[in-house]
Ligand binder design. Structure first.
Ligand SMILES: [Zn+2]
Length: 563
């Protein structure tokens, strides 16, 4: 028995007890060898397993602390969250993305999963729950209780409380396992698991890369390696590795007022099942994803008189520090081109482009900080640009948006502009364009991508509004551009012929774009609820019912019908 124990102990020593522990324990062990065999060792009085300890014993001197939404303490490869009481029960949005992958899985950055979470204190534990906003009923209605019961919030994880801070206004927990174990909601999405025949997590090949805290969000990155029956690349390893990113964003205490979706105006919208309606069946209500643009209290009278006012908080886009200097001004112009559309909604300077502070000015500034929306410049061979956004599932409020700008978008622009306009356009009659020419094209793409982040999808029904011969007219195209919407795939003017001097070659923010922004963003001050807004919103659409320039035609993906 003893011999076995000794062997076990030696094994334990090899696998990680520190030399100091070894030195202390040795003599005790020797002494006991001489005693009766049945006697058990008397262990030093240790705190009971799971007992709450003094703060300094948990957050030791070795801890590296990152201040932010929660304090994040790192001790070696262990991560602790210090959650202030004021943030318990608050709703937080968790956005999970595949940040990096091996080739064959598609490029990183795509959203894998979005969940609303809530941290709760239950006795000696902190419980992390998943909140559902898919099903609702107003809390004044009797059906509310049934909805609450059927919406029982599942538990994502529980954490024993390790310590409290000095004045017991914050609770310390160890969250390492949340990111190192196979918590499905935070890891590789289910469809990918199926596709690559994932059987389990390989814990010894999985680790936390970083956990960073910002004032309104916490960003965790962790590498996950899964055993896979059909890996997309490096098949001989029998595994697939991905770097996951989890953004946890504090949701506003008071959700923004919703605006209901109407299929006659194109908009990125979200759905929710409402059981509170008078109708005999539940119905799905849909509301817009949009920025929170509000009139300042002191400007309400001005706004009512029809004067333009500055919003409480404008939409600000920062240009990534990695963007080549000569292109920055054009990307900025594409962003601020939307100001004319917001003027239709009653706001001036509603959307602004800025340079980020330099590293010397603000070393903590980061595009990962949810307070900053950034046009990111990515050195990648992908010829594309993307404008995704993150929004509050309760209200549709857009919280942040980062536009990904891939360097090779310029190749795409050069090819299009050359093929579609070179016959009449001296600027496009070479394989390399002058900077002003490429700059104008960059501005066009920048405006289109920003349009997506404001809530607008493609309007494929826009370009049919113009008679073909109007596209050869300089006066018409200078006034209206080449399509009523920059959100169409109208691209460049390939209808114009040699001799059509002065004709415009591309769309600007057009009549439809201004209409859509007005419809989605103009505050309706006398409406208490989203329901109250319906009449006005309907009128704004029917006012232009017979004008094809105001028409929306959604992008057809499956079963395409030629209009
Ligand atoms: Zn697009």
């Amino acid at each position: 028995m003893i011999k076995k124990l000794t062997q076990l102990l030696i094994v334990l020593f090899i696998f990680g007890f520190s030399g100091e522990v070894l030195a202390q324990k040795k003599p005790v062990w020797k002494n006991r060898n001489k005693k009766k065999k049945t006697e058990t060792p008397a262990p030093k009085p240790k705190p009971k397993k799971g007992a709450i300890q003094p703060y300094h014993k948990v957050v030791t001197k070795d801890a590296k602390t990152d201040e932010g939404l929660f304090k994040v303490h790192q001790i070696d490869d262990k991560f602790l969250y210090e959650i202030p009481d004021s943030l318990l029960e608050r709703e937080m949005l968790m956005v999970t993305r595949i940040a990096k992958t091996a080739s064959g899985i598609g490029f990183g950055g795509g959203k894998a999963n979005t969940k609303v979470l809530r941290w709760q204190k239950k006795g000696k534990k902190i419980v992390l729950r998943v909140v559902s906003h898919q099903v609702v009923a107003a809390d004044s209605l009797p059906v509310h209780e049934a909805v609450v019961n059927s919406n029982f919030e599942p538990v994502l994880y529980t954490f024993p409380i390790k310590a409290f801070n000095k004045d017991t206004t914050a609770t310390v927990i160890d969250v390492t396992e949340l990111f190192t174990k196979d918590v499905k909601a935070l890891g590789l999405p289910q469809n990918r698991r199926k596709q690559y025949k994932v059987t389990r997590l390989e814990a010894n090949k999985s680790f936390i890369e970083s956990v960073k805290s910002y004032p309104l969000n916490i960003e965790a990155r962790h590498v996950k390696t899964y055993a896979s029956g059909a890996p997309p690349s490096n098949a001989s390893t029998g595994t697939i590795s991905v770097e996951m990113s989890n953004s946890m964003i504090l949701l506003p205490e008071k959700p923004m007022k919703r605006r209901y979706f109407d299929e006659r105006v194109g908009w990125f919208a979200r759905g929710q099942v409402d059981y509170g309606d008078e109708a005999q069946k539940s119905k799905t209500i849909r509301f817009l994803d949009r920025w929170r643009l509000e009139v300042k209290d002191e400007d309400i009278e001005k706004f009512k008189r029809g004067e333009l006012v500055e919003p409480k908080k404008p939409i600000v886009y920062y240009i990534d520090r990695a963007t080549p200097k000569k292109w920055r001004q054009y990307i900025k112009k594409g962003i601020e081109d939307w100001q004319v559309a917001f003027e239709e909604a009653g706001f001036k300077n509603a959307i602004i482009a800025k340079d980020p502070p330099s590293i010397e000015e603000d070393p903590d500034w980061s595009p990962e900080d949810v307070r900053y929306s950034v046009v990111r410049y990515l050195a990648s061979p992908i010829p594309n640009a993307m404008g995704p956004h993150v929004s509050d599932p309760r209200s549709g409020e857009i919280l942040e948006s980062d536009i990904n700008w891939y360097h090779n978008v310029m190749t795409l622009l050069r090819n299009w502009f050359f093929v579609q306009t070179a016959a009449i356009n001296p600027d496009a009659q070479s394989t390399e364009f002058k900077d002003e020419v490429m700059g104008r094209l960059i501005r066009f793409v920048s405006a289109h991508e920003v349009g997506h982040t404001l809530g607008l999808p493609h309007n494929m029904g826009s370009s049919v509004a113009y008679p073909v011969d109007s596209l050869r007219s300089a006066t018409f195209t200078q006034k209206y551009g080449t399509a009523p919407s920059i959100m169409d795939y109208a691209r460049f003017n390939y209808v114009a012929q040699p001799g059509d001097d002065g004709v415009a070659l591309m769309p600007n923010i057009g009549i439809y774009d201004k209409h859509a922004i007005r419809w989605g963003y103009r505050p309706i001050l006398d409406a208490e609820t989203a329901e109250d807004e319906k009449k006005t919103l309907n009128k704004w659409i029917t006012d232009h019912a017979d004008d094809p320039m105001y028409r929306f035609g959604h992008q057809q993906v499956f079963s395409v019908v030629d209009p």
